[in-house]
Ligand binder design. Structure first.
Ligand code: C2E
Ligand code: CA
Ligand code: CA
Length: 303
């Protein structure tokens, strides 16, 4: 093996170790070259994706569980490359986070798409409230993040209360004090804050009290458990009453079946989102359903 190959293989092992967490090592195995080559190709295309107009945003509806009305939508990024086809966000967002591209891409999602589009829908009189936008740690920790949000609101004309920013639990608990300071500033703009994938990691409940949070988005795994275990609904009920006690609302996501809808309704969740009620779809078709009250009525009468 020549020095160059040795160096490259060591790099591959290092990247693999980094992607699996801090303070660890990995031995090089030949398959790493293939997956690194794939990653490199993805990254090369990703660098030009924004300027080549390869991104678009899909919207998934969120409904109020009491009224059944459409109350908002989550903006979900989509990437279609002419050579690679469509690539799932779970595949390309971690790369964009690592190389910093998530900053311009995230700003594009926020301004060009989510806020402008929602502002246009509201001006056209559509019966929907707001939009939720996912924010990655790399965006949130930048010193100019609050300014970006302020600029986006003024440029798009969207009322601040119609914007919800989704932060993940792991992000906010990394440095609770610093997160709280920034979240207060965002809240002072009138924007709502939700904690995404709540309960997915090792949650420490004490942070909930120390952070200005409006909404908890229950991790999909809780809803999935409803398929098999009715007992898990007591856990959800417990989380819901805790959240309500702290003045927060709860969104259940990943609802795929009528039974799960009934259970999240029964558990006292406030909002619901999932394939059963609407898949993420492009702006042009996103508003086709503005009501899920038929499904909900069905449950009320069935019970
Ligand atoms: P997430 O924020 O937890 O978004 C929800 C994911 O669940 C979406 O996947 C959505 O399509 C999917 N989903 C919705 N309803 C159901 C359901 O009933 N069943 C199942 N099995 N899945 C459902 P998607 O669009 O592939 O996005 C994956 C992740 O990528 C998101 O997870 C989010 O973390 C990230 N992401 C997407 N768009 C953006 C973005 O603009 N910025 C950032 N930073 N991250 C984003
Ligand atoms: Ca989300
Ligand atoms: Ca989520």
């Amino acid at each position: 093996m020549d020095a160059e190959t040795l160096q490259r293989n060591a790099d591959n092992a290092m990247y693999r170790a980094k992607s699996r967490g801090k303070n660890r090592f990995e031995y090089f195995i030949p398959e790493m070259s293939a997956s690194m080559a794939q990653r490199l190709e993805l990254e090369t295309h990703l660098r030009h994706a924004l300027e080549r107009d390869e991104f678009c945003v899909h919207y998934q509806p969120q409904f109020d569980l009491q009224t059944g009305k459409l109350v908002g939508q989550e903006a979900l990024l989509r990437w279609t490359n002419p050579k690679l086809g469509s690539i799932a966000p779970d595949q390309f967002i971690p790369i964009a986070e690592e190389n910093g591209l998530i900053v311009p891409i995230g700003a594009w999602v926020l301004l060009q798409e989510a806020c402008r589009q929602t502002s246009a829908w509201r001006k056209a009189g559509y019966p929907m409230r707001g939009v939720s936008v996912n924010v990655s740690a790399v965006q949130f920790t930048r010193p100019d993040f609050v300014d970006t949000v302020r600029d986006v609101l003024s440029e798009s004309g969207l009322e601040p209360s119609n914007l919800e920013l989704e932060l993940t639990e792991s992000l906010v608990i990394r440095d609770v004090r610093e997160s709280a300071r920034k979240m207060e500033k965002i809240r002072a703009l009138g924007v709502q804050i939700s904690v995404d994938d709540f309960g997915a990691g090792y949650s420490s409940l004490s942070y909930l009290q120390r952070l200005p949070i409006d909404i908890l988005k229950l991790d999909r795994s809780f809803v999935e458990e409803f398929k098999t275990e009715r007992g898990s609904s007591s856990l959800v009920q417990g989380i819901v009453s805790l959240a309500h006690g702290l003045g927060m609302r709860v969104t259940a996501e990943g609802v795929e079946t009528e039974e799960q809808l009934e259970l999240v309704h029964h558990s006292g969740c406030d909002k619901v989102q999932g394939y059963l009620l609407g898949r993420p779809s492009p702006a042009a078709t996103a508003l086709s359903s503005s009501d899920c009250s038929t499904s909900l009525r069905h449950h009320r009468t069935a019970r």
